[in-house]
Design a protein around this ligand. Structure first.
Ligand code: ATP
Ligand code: MG
Length: 764
């Protein structure tokens, strides 16, 4: 799976170690502790470890780091394995459990004791802490530090045999009580814990600590790069010490490399807190669609593609930062754009009567996709005298800027007719209960000859259906939950709204697991658990626009990923005049600011525009792709290369993703055309070739093809994935989709057929 292929400090290091022969094969691992469900932060680690290994033709192990019996379970291990697979990664035969290494770790511990490198300490926890000293004061030995190896060995064996109580003593490495690094001041290796383990049962009454177990598990498995989050930076010295002092035979020795955690505002990712939300019933479970768990995201309707894209775009950095979820929302929208057919649903229905409509139901063919997609498929929508529109789309006294229906105005009913206000009714409390309009028969299908205030969606009253729709908002109202008060007090009381919406007929066939865009409302997903045949329940995946003011743009996010900073604040441009000049070229505020803040980049911009006369596209490309990929300011002499690269992207010869692969070389003076040719990177958009590939994929997977024909929209992604795989990810997405549709016959056609049949039976 092509994840993490851009340049970053880890890749730079791997490249050089592969080049000088220290490492022959890249072996990584994803090491979750099975004590909770994986969340979006884990996804970052999964994509990085699996993606990195795959991109170097190496391998990545799935290792359950289960060295603490408390709270660990097979249920969690299963959930973790499931989610890794869902994200699109595969560990092959390399699934391991640290608990399988207990015996080996124990034998190694004995050998450290025998060599005088570890000792059993009977001091209490407090005594050990007191003797360890402080950052400014060296530690001092406890009375047990100099006991003989034979004495320690005897006690360690009796610890294992269960002769002592919890906390009576511990095994410590004998390293250096004066080290500047507190972790090196005789760290703990083993503790007594008489607790059953979900895999080893009561076989062990002592358990190793993370620092001792993790590095040696890496060594045992032949891991070359042990990637972990930044808070382990100080543990690296200890990691290396154990690897050096235990004869594991690992060659090369595994190395720990730290990277920044993925964190989002308005989100908690601590497993303890997530568990509390579940156990106390603040959410419906680990897979509640508001949860940042992968199970929650999946249930909401986020596709693994979007999660991988987020991890890719955030990149790998060495400075911690916190992203605004608005960035993730935007990625989800981009991902679903070509996945979700357009349909109409009215979430908060207000009755509308078309007074001059005397005809029967008028079935209008409406496209399922925006015309520019070039995708076929339409469904009939019924227009009739009685309709529903969105309550918010009619205002008796419209505020300034309101562009929808109001007294004296006309609006276009999307794909239907232009209607003009004629009257409305209110109840005793003044609430509008009905709007009356007249329609213009010449405007069928949404033709816009008449002047209108705007376009709104609608459904017919008698031929629409009720459906439960859940609209989600952020689970936490505070940007940093728990910072100022108990995190539970920061919960957003309005994070879930359950509505009874009215949906158009085509949607009644929506199968659990299908994605839809409800026009003007958002992307929705038919819930896999709660939908029944003919009775779908929809979850809002994401709204169409961000309703949260403090939006962080991608530009800021990428800057933040490269340099620590606050989220959400918008600094002023350093060169306001120049920034304004760029804005006058149609470039947005953030892009203009980032580009002009560094005159070197501004100069590259001017040079590239001279070759490639599209300032907007140049600016975006520089700010979103080139500058983040460069380690220093981009130099003027690479401008021709960037212009050539951008020309390839804009003409569709190279996807942005592929362009990222070429970028590092272009930044050091490479010619993009030659590089793309050398690496065989240009996009496959030849429809004949793609059709042949798609046809073969269909022939190879008859069961999936049948599911698709039976209306399972998810199978589309399956086949497009096959085409992508067969072309090594180089197929143009839209062309691939068209090829698959041609190979299968479209399911939209099927749906229209079913609808026509039901229409025919209605008319009887
Ligand atoms: P918690 O502290 O909430 O219990 P954890 O980090 O201890 O989480 P593990 O199961 O030990 O959870 O993590 C498995 C792997 O995922 C580790 O390598 C860890 O570094 C990585 N990881 C966990 N959270 C994040 C995050 N937010 N961003 C990136 N990687 C993460
Ligand atoms: Mg951990």
């Amino acid at each position: 799976m092509a994840s993490d292929t851009g340049s970053n400090f880890i890749r730079t290091r791997i490249d050089s170690e592969l080049a000088d022969g220290r490492v022959q094969q890249v072996v990584t691992r994803f090491p979750p502790e099975p004590n909770g469900w994986p969340h979006i932060g884990h996804a970052k680690s999964i994509c990085l470890n699996f993606g990195l290994a795959a991109s170097y033709g190496g391998r990545c192990h799935l290792r359950f780091d289960d060295t603490n019996p408390e709270g660990e379970s097979e249920e969690f291990a299963q959930a973790l394995a499931n989610d890794v697979r869902w994200l699109g990664f595969d560990w092959g035969d390399h699934k391991y459990y640290a608990s399988d290494y207990y015996e080996q770790l124990y034998v190694w511990a004995e050998s450290l004791i025998e060599r005088g490198l570890a000792y059993v300490d009977e001091s209490s926890e407090e005594q050990i802490r007191a003797h360890r000293g402080t950052v400014t004061e060296a530690g001092t030995p406890t009375p047990f530090r100099d006991r003989s190896p034979a004495d320690s060995l005897d006690r360690f064996r009796r610890m294992r045999a269960g002769e002592f109580d919890d906390g009576a003593m511990v095994l410590r490495a004998k390293i250096d009580l004066t080290s500047n690094n507190m972790k090196m001041r005789d760290p703990l290796m083993y503790r007594i814990k008489k607790q059953s383990h979900y895999r080893t049962g009561d076989a062990w009454g002592i358990y190793p600590f993370y620092d001792y177990a993790h590095c040696l598990s890496d060594a045992l498995e032949g891991i070359t790069y042990s990637l972990c989050t930044l808070e382990f930076e100080n543990n690296r010295e200890l990691y290396d010490w154990y690897v050096q002092h235990v004869d594991t035979g690992a060659d090369p020795a595994p190395q720990q490399i730290e990277f920044a955690r993925l964190a989002l505002t308005h989100t908690v990712t601590s497993k303890r807190k997530l568990k509390q939300l579940v156990l106390e019933g603040h959410v419906s479970g680990w897979d509640d669609p508001r949860m940042p768990t992968l199970a929650g995201l999946r249930r909401r309707g986020v596709r693994p593609e979007a999660v991988r894209e987020l991890c890719d775009r955030v990149g790998v950095a060495r400075a911690n930062s916190t992203l605004d979820p608005a960035l993730f929302d935007q990625i989800i929208r981009e991902d679903l754009d070509a996945e979700a057919p357009r349909v109409m649903a009215v979430l908060d229905p207000l009755p509308m009567v078309v007074e001059n409509w005397d005809a029967d139901v008028d079935w209008i063919d409406a496209p399922l996709w925006p015309s520019e997609f070039g995708l076929e498929g339409e469904r009939p929508i019924p227009f009739a005298k009685n309709l529903f529109i969105e309550r918010a789309d009619f205002k008796v006294k419209p505020a300034k800027g309101f562009k929808r229906l109001a007294p004296g105005r006309s609006v276009r009913l999307l794909n239907g007719y232009v209607v003009t206000y004629t009257g409305h009714e209110v109840d005793a409390d003044g609430n509008v209960t009905q709007v009356r309009v007249s329609h213009d028969p010449k405007t069928r299908g949404g033709d816009a000859r008449s002047k209108v205030s705007g376009s709104i969606h609608w459904v017919a009253r008698d031929t629409s259906m009720e459906a439960t729709v859940r609209v989600y908002d952020r689970l936490f109202a505070a940007a940093a939950p728990g910072l100022e008060q108990d995190f539970l007090l920061d919960l957003n009381p309005a994070s879930l709204k359950t509505l009874t919406a009215r949906i158009e007929p085509a949607l009644s066939f929506a199968e659990g697991g299908s994605h839809w865009q409800f026009i003007r409302a958002g992307y929705f997903f038919a819930d896999v658990q709660d939908s029944e045949p003919g009775k779908p329940v929809f979850n809002q995946v994401v709204s169409l626009k961000d309703s949260w003011k403090k939006q962080e743009t991608l530009v800021q996010a990428r800057k933040a990923a490269n340099a620590p900073g606050k989220v959400g604040d918008k600094p002023d441009p350093l060169h306001p005049k120049r920034a304004k000049a760029l804005r006058d070229l149609g470039i947005d505020e953030d892009t203009a600011r980032v580009l002009t803040d560094d005159p070197a980049h501004d100069a590259v911009f001017v040079a590239v525009v001279a070759k490639h006369a599209q300032p907007e596209s140049v600016a975006k490309f520089l700010v979103n792709e080139v500058i983040p990929a460069a380690e220093q300011a981009v130099k003027l002499d690479v401008a021709p290369g960037i212009a050539a690269l951008l020309a390839m992207v804009d003409s569709g010869k190279l996807t942005t993703k592929l362009a990222r692969k070429v970028l590092a070389e272009v930044l050091t003076g490479g010619d993009p055309v030659a590089i793309a040719k050398r690496d065989g990177l240009t996009v496959v958009s030849d429809s004949g070739e793609l059709l042949a590939i798609a046809t073969k994929a269909v022939a190879d997977h008859p069961e999936e093809a049948q599911k698709f024909r039976d209306g399972n929209g998810r199978m589309m992604g399956f086949f497009v994935g096959k085409v992508m795989k067969a072309t090594g990810g180089k197929a143009d997405g839209k062309a691939a989709k068209q090829a698959v549709e041609a190979a299968l016959g479209t399911w939209q056609d099927q749906m229209v057929q079913i609808l026509n049949e039901s229409k025919a039976s209605d008319n009887k």
